[in-house]
Ligand binder design. Structure first.
Ligand code: 8YV
Length: 313
């Protein structure tokens, strides 16, 4: 029997790869010595693309697959997929929402706590023996503070729920107010940043949100402010962020995402007011299994003619 051919843009854990290989003919674009040659050879036979949120599927890849019918993303964010090409050609797109919400929110809150309380530096303080010579530096109180959430979707809500446990006052910005008792809606991101101590970026990235956290938002957050980004790097103007961290016009940042990741701007490495994380907010064993299962369920459902469990378009 001829197996359906799928172009695979990035690596998947063995527990997903094995069943994918058994059911479909997978072409590993990311491992190809000459990706363009692979695309030219298999593109005409490819019916689906399986990809990771951070890799997506660009216009060139989609154009090279004239019979493409499905793009299945392992991740909630699909900003790296060329949506207009999918729309124009009636290509279905699926992602993996919900299953990762809790983990992403957990890491965001952990990053806030780690940065405000100096947890990473304090570990080094103990290990280096510095503690035997001097007292540990004082850090910043978190509970009872003011938190802003830019993007009140699933992940923003999960962050808000967690922050309520820290008795934080919550304000948020989105396209319109949502039903979230006790939280204040502030439409303008600059006005939001002016009123908070910590600003979480939890926006789904798109062309419209590119650089939404710009120099003005960072200046409004100010020298005592903390920016936590668990969404996409494109939501933040990274050159403006680096300049603000270097000059101290922004107090601190905790970042899980970067322009050009995993090769991040080396200027970050010289800063001691930034906490750096390797885009791993959803990376727990449990959630990655759930994400892989959901991505495979979408692919299987599509080719069996069943409704898609988590369809974007
Ligand atoms: C993953 C993500 O790191 O869900 C997303 O949008 O960015 C993350 O969960 C990514 O999809 C895996 O490559």
């Amino acid at each position: 029997m001829t197996r359906i051919e799928i172009l695979q843009m990035g690596p998947f854990p063995e527990w997903d790869q094995t069943p994918l290989d058994a059911a479909y003919r997978m072409h590993r674009y990311f491992e190809a010595a000459d990706p363009a040659a692979l695309l030219a050879e298999v593109g005409p036979r490819v019916q689906a693309i399986a990809t990771r949120g951070s890799i997506g599927a660009g216009a060139d890849v989609i154009a090279a697959c004239p019979d493409l019918r499905l793009v299945a993303v392992y991740g909630v964010g699909y900003d790296a997929v060329d949506l207009s090409a999918c729309r124009d050609r009636g290509i279905r797109l699926t992602n993996t929402p919900d299953v990762l919400t809790g983990d992403v929110a957990d890491l965001g809150v952990a990053m806030m706590l780690a940065q405000a309380r100096g947890i990473v530096a304090a570990d080094g303080f103990v290990r280096s023996g510095e503690w035997t010579r001097t007292a540990a530096p004082l850090t910043r109180r978190v509970h009872g503070g003011r938190a802003g959430i830019l993007g009140m979707g699933r992940i923003g809500r999960a962050v808000a729920e967690r922050l309520a446990g820290f008795q934080m006052q919550i304000a948020y910005s989105d396209l319109a107010p949502v039903d979230l008792p006790g939280a204040t809606f502030i439409a303008d991101p600059v006005d939001l940043a002016k009123t908070v101590d910590v600003l979480f970026v939890t926006l789904a990235a798109s062309a419209a949100t590119r650089g939404i956290v710009g120099a003005d938002v960072l200046a409004a957050l100010g020298p005592d402010g903390l920016l936590v980004n668990i969404s996409r790097a494109s939501n933040v103007d990274e050159p403006a962020l680096l300049a603000a961290l270097e000059s101290g016009t922004l107090g601190a940042a905790a970042l899980d995402v970067f322009d050009g990741e995993p090769r991040i701007d080396p200027r970050f490495l010289a800063l001691d007011n930034v906490l750096l994380q390797p885009h791993h907010a959803s990376a727990t064993h449990q959630t990655r299994r759930d994400m892989g299962q959901l991505m495979r369920d979408n692919i299987d459902a599509f080719f069996a003619g069943r409704p898609l469990p988590s369809m974007v378009i």
